[in-house]
Structure formats: structure tokens, C-alpha cells
Design a binder for this molecule. Sequence first.
Ligand SMILES: Cc1ncc(COP(=O)(O)O)c(C=O)c1O
Length: 506
Amino acid sequence: MGVSRGSGYGAGPGSRHVRMLIPLKAGEPIYGQIYRFVRAQILAGRLPAGARLPSTRAWALQLGVSRTTVLQAFEQLAAEGYVQGVTGSATVVAADLPDSLGRTKAADGSGAAQAVPALSKYAARLLAETEHRPPDPPIAKQPGHVDFHYGNRIAIDFPHRAWHTLVSRRAARAVPSGAPGGGHMALREALAAHLHRTRAVRCNPAQVVIVNGSQQALDLVTRLLVDTGAPVVIENPQYHGARQTFRAAGARLIPCPVDGDGLDVTALPRSPARVALVYVTPSHQFPTGTVLPLARRLALIEWARARQAFILEDDYDGELRYDSRPIEAVQSLDTTGRVIYMGTVSKALTPELRIGYVVLPQSLVSPFLAAKWVADLFAPTAPQMVLAEFFRAGHYDRHLRRLREINARRRGALMTAAREQLADRVAIGGVSAGLHAMLWLPTVPIVELPLLVECASQLGVTLYPVTPYYLGQPTRSGVLAGYSSLSEHEIREGIALFGQALRSRW
Ligand SMILES: Cc1ncc(COP(=O)(O)O)c(C=O)c1O
């Protein structure tokens, strides 16, 4: 067996025994390293039962350590039953080790054979869909590079002072025990009142359930309503997190086109057959940013009623509206208890809080609470208590007003720069609400979008193609521009660079 001194791998002395390399790291006890190395080889099956180890003298010579050090490692291995005969003439791998040992004990990254899981059908569908996800933003921001990633936040937008005052006040009190599965009641009450006032949502606090981000609401609603093969209608293009959730559940997805007014309700399936769920983002369609007009909202409710479908209304960023008052939620127009409304504080505060909420029709409250309990018992209470107080003290409203002002300025910078720099090469859409806009690019063929994005990236700006948000072939060419993490100056710079890339060929 070969050994080497110092860090890294080294070749062994070429003994006639099993020949291997041993990686030694500086600063760690040699005895422990020899012990772990031999054990890993045994567990991985590379040293089979009965295999003879080199003598302690050979190891000691090779490593330049005392025989006692090597003996110590061997004795430890013998004490644990990995080897036999340490003090005799030869040390051999124990004969009675079970075959399964390697697979159960080799979690130390030693290169041992890893068990191949027999993945469920759910997992297989989940992973297949994962390949079509839009790219994540780079973890480290390159200095000077302008990244229009949708969803990025900027630290100065968070209401640090008010939040931290409430956190320290809350920390001074004991955490209450027995949090209800639906969440901290004061927060549910605050949300019920807030949603009624701002979005006309009608509910009592018991219908509001706090979830770990609204993504969890998507998951749990799907588990409750969507069996394998069940029809689910989605907007096209759509939020990929919803698509992935439905796909993993084995739903039969029915994409419905989106036009300048959001979901085209005339294109909904005409068949009277039952539909499990229709998922919509009516206040700011994701990703196109269109707003569903009242007549379409009413038509959607009627369509769903006739097919016994539930409507899942995702109001992810509707609070951030710029030009006009928000249109009332679809939930507020429904009289038949078939709208599930979900929202989040991820856009207005931060996604790191993982606080979302769902307003359930009465008929779904108990099943949803049961699903939530099985998933994770309940959402963490401490941040909910802080958020409840944040609402009660009026901070949330004040913060929203400030956030709207800041983002209205960013949005203005984007629109002006796009008009000046991109002129008729762009049609800007989805700017009435939220934290991103669509830049439709009529002169860029859809297949050339990756090339344009690459060109822009070379110049120092990243925009995100709309392509991965479509189920099937995209019908329009364009890029998403999230502006919530950029200064007005960066936005102008970024659009100027993007214009340069666009003009270079398109
Ligand atoms: C349209 C839409 N819905 C839902 C979510 C989930 O948000 P969260 O789980 O952070 O509440 C997101 C996240 O970006 C989103 O874009």
C-alpha cells in the first residue's frame, strides 16, 4: 500500500501488498488520517476481507513517522472490527464484514460506491422539469456588471430600523408555545384586514394560513387537488415554479395563451369536462406583466364554476402598483368558494423571510392544515410575530409607499432608457406593477435570443430570455428586465449596453 507525506496524494513504496495512494493533509493528526483512509478503503470494497495490509514498519518508513503512530491507527481499526492480527505477524482485513457495510458507512466522501436510489415517479418528473428552469442569478456580483435578474433585492430597500427594533423587542419576550398549524393568529388577523382593505379579499382570519413562502402554498394546494393525469390550466408563458410543481404531481397541463390583457379567456378549453385547477397571476401576469381586466376575471370564474375547477390566484407582486389603483382580487368577485388566493412578503420585504400566506375557501381549510402539518408542522413563529407587529404599527403601509416610490423611479429610468436607446427595436410591457418589465424584441428571431444575451453579457449586462417561461414553443421574442436591485444610473448604463448589443446585429 502506498503512502505519502505532506498534503496531496503520493505514490506508495510499491510493496507487493495492495497498492494505493494515501492523501495526507498538513495540520491533522497522522494517526487519524491513516485510520480514516484504511477504513474508507475497506468500506468501499477496495480492500476485501482477508486482504493483507503492509507492515507498520513499511508505513512508518514511508510516512516518516514513528511506528507507534501507525500502530495506534491499526489498533483503532482492530478495536472497531475492521482488521485483525495487529500485534501478530500480519494485519488483515476482517473476514466477517457484511457486504452492505460500505454503502451504509461511507458517507465521508471517500469515493466509496454510492447507493443508487430507486427514485419515485414524482422525483423523476420533478428532475425532468428542473432542466427547463430559467437560470439562477450568479452568486457573486461582478463589479460593474449590470444584472437585470428578476427577484434580486437591494439591501437599502429593506426597512432595517423598524424591523430590527421589533426583532429585539420580541426577543426580550419568551417564545409562546403551541403555535397553531395555520400560523401566528395576530399575523393572520393583520393579513385578513390588510387584504380586505387593499385587495378587497373577503375572509376571516381562520381562512388565512401562513406558509413557508407562497411556493409552499402552490405545493400543498397541488397535493390536495391534483391527482396524476388531472387537467390543470396554466397561463402560457407562466411562472416556472408553478409549472414545475404541477408537472411533478403528474398533472396534465393545458397551456392557455396570454395576450395584452392577460389570460385569453376565450381560449380556455371549451369542453365541459371537469378541470382540477386553473393557475393565474391576474394582477401582474408572470412574466408578461399584463393585468387581467374585470370582464375577463368574471368570465374566468364562470368558466371555472362550469367545470368544478378551483382557481389558484397568485398575487405575488400586486401590491406594487404604479399608475392606478389595483384591481380587486379575483377572490373578492367569487361567490362560490372556488378561489384560493395566495400572496407573499417576498417582493415587498424579502424572500429570505420565507413568509407567504394563502386564503382558503372554507371547504379547503381543514385539508390544507392537514397537508401543512405533514409537510412541516407549522411556519416559524418568531418572524411571524415580528411581522404581525410590523403590520399593527403601520410600518407595512409606510414601507409599501416608500418601495413604490423607489421602484417607480427605477421603472421610469428603464422606460426612458429603453425609449431612447432601443427605440422601435423594443416594445416595453408589464410596467404598471411589480418589479420587472418585459422587453419584447420584434427584430430578434426567438432562436437568436441566446446569441443576443451572450453578446450583451460580453458587454457587461445580463437580461433574461423569456423562452424558459413558455410551455412548448414561445410565440414572442423578448427578455425580462428585473429592476429592483439596480440604481437608476445602473439601469441607464445597462440599457445603453443592451442597445449596443442589439444594434450590433439586430
Ligand atoms: C409568480 C411567483 N409566484 C410565486 C413565487 C414564490 O414566492 P415565495 O415562495 O418567495 O413567496 C414567486 C417567486 O419568485 C413568483 O415569481
